[in-house]
Design a binder for this molecule. Structure first.
Ligand SMILES: Nc1ncnc2c1ncn2[C@@H]1O[C@H](COP(=O)(O)OP(=O)(O)O)[C@@H](O)[C@H]1O
Ligand SMILES: [Mg+2]
Length: 159
């Protein structure tokens, strides 16, 4: 079974649509890293995912607050943006470690800025700009049993 999912994303609507598909493949406990340069579409993907789960409010990157909580019947979803993360003590003081638990889903933009503080990811999403077009491409890989199962559900989901 392949634990990789790839797709071309020609426009913003395609990124939102992939977010909706990913929403259908989620399970409580997943830690998902969102990698990609500034403007690659990490927050757009998160927005599509949250809308599919039923959230109707405004979704923006929690760049200054570092994390935003969205409560759903099946799980709490924590959306991190570590772009401005600088103080490792804050990680413990704010109790971020406890956000990664079997009952929650965590989506993390700029995971590499968290250094060694973050747990290992189940799923890593990589968004890239497509040279010569306005679009993006995405590669999603599962690294654990739970992550691999998520990728399998994603691959099996209707387009
Ligand atoms: N597949 C895509 N093709 C073209 N533009 C896109 C695509 N996905 C998202 N965008 C646009 O890219 C911009 C930046 O997206 P954003 O999600 O804020 O990036 P990030 O969170 O990675 O910094 C937004 O204006 C969005 O509309
Ligand atoms: Mg963002």
């Amino acid at each position: 079974m392949s634990a990789v999912f790839r797709l071309g994303l020609p426009d913003e609507a395609a990124t939102l649509e992939l977010g909706a598909r990913l929403a259908g493949a989620l399970a409580p406990g997943l830690a998902i890293w969102l990698r990609g340069d500034l403007g690659a579409g990490k927050t757009t993907l998160t927005r599509g995912l949250l809308r599919e789960l039923g959230f109707t409010g405004r979704v923006k990157s929690p760049t200054y607050t570092l994390v935003e909580l969205y409560s759903f019947p099946r799980f709490n979803l924590y959306h991190f943006d570590l772009y401005r993360f600088a103080d490792p003590d804050e990680w413990e003081d704010a109790g971020f470690r406890e956000y990664f638990n079997p009952g929650s889903v965590c989506l993390v933009e700029w995971p590499d800025k968290g250094g060694g503080l973050l747990p290992a990811p189940d799923v890593v999403v990589g968004l890239d700009f497509c040279e010569g077009t306005d679009g993006r491409s995405v590669r999603i890989e599962g690294y654990t049993e739970a992550g691999t199962a998520c990728i399998a559900r994603l691959n099996a989901s209707p387009v």
